[in-house]
Design a protein around this ligand. Sequence first.
Ligand SMILES: [Zn+2]
Length: 315
Amino acid sequence: MNTIEIDRAATAVAAPPRVATHHQDNGAILNAMTIDVEDYFQVSAFDHIVPRARWESFESRVCRNTETLLEVFAGANVHGTFFVLGWVADRFPNLVRQIRAGGHEIASHGYEHRLVYSLSASQFRDDLRRARLALESAAGAPVVGYRAPSFSITHQSLWALDVLIEEGYAYDASIYPIRHDRYGIPDWERHIHRVDRAAGSIWELPGSTTKLAGTNFPIGGGGYFRLLPYAWTKRGIARLNEGERQPSVFYLHPWEIDPGQPRLEQVGGLARLRHYGNLGKTQERLGRLVRDFRFGTVSDVLAGVTAPSASAVVA
Ligand SMILES: [Zn+2]
């Protein structure tokens, strides 16, 4: 249950007017634009070298980078869903309000960026509630969406969907139907769908994939967008939209457009490539992406997903 009162009347007045995108519809599918709002030192790959107790000691760049993303989206008339870390919302409540003022949707990325499969159900619930309190206090609006740090709802943490349903969440975007060293459920449903659980049901927005020779490959954003040629993402989304008539769910982090971020010296090998590769190219690529496809918030996309095409999955 919510532990704070949301002033819904005030929220209705404060909500910015929605502006139609400049894109001609032409039957083109609306894709979900999502941003995981966290700082460059909070990523899961740096967990072992950056203890949470030291987070306060780093130069924070999340506000400036998020503001740059807001400018890119404003210039293209794109609205998205921002999964904000509760820790960030507590320190920078004004950033949450700026995001809202841009016509975007606020959702939860948890509080402390802990991998869901490393938590017990009650620890997960505590983190979820703490984040929601911070986000709703800052936004003055209800939060009904969640994405786990590093897509950490996997086979071993599917119980988290029950907790999300019990806590009143309408949608989750934490499952990636691919093989990866830290996350993924390779045989999970690839398209947006309802998941039926013991606790009830919830919308799931899986990370986007393209299926080639029976294997799912990621096309959904983040490192895949930065490190692979732009054509990979463009072709993948086009295939999903035009071939399968399905929306994609694109994701990015504010630090991915920040080539000036301080380098953490202890980061080596694969983590170094994944985190620092092509940071200087990503903003321009994002500009191309929002011109090439239609994007909206998760709620906008769910409003367009019709019941017959949505499959229920018993997990
Ligand atoms: Zn994250």
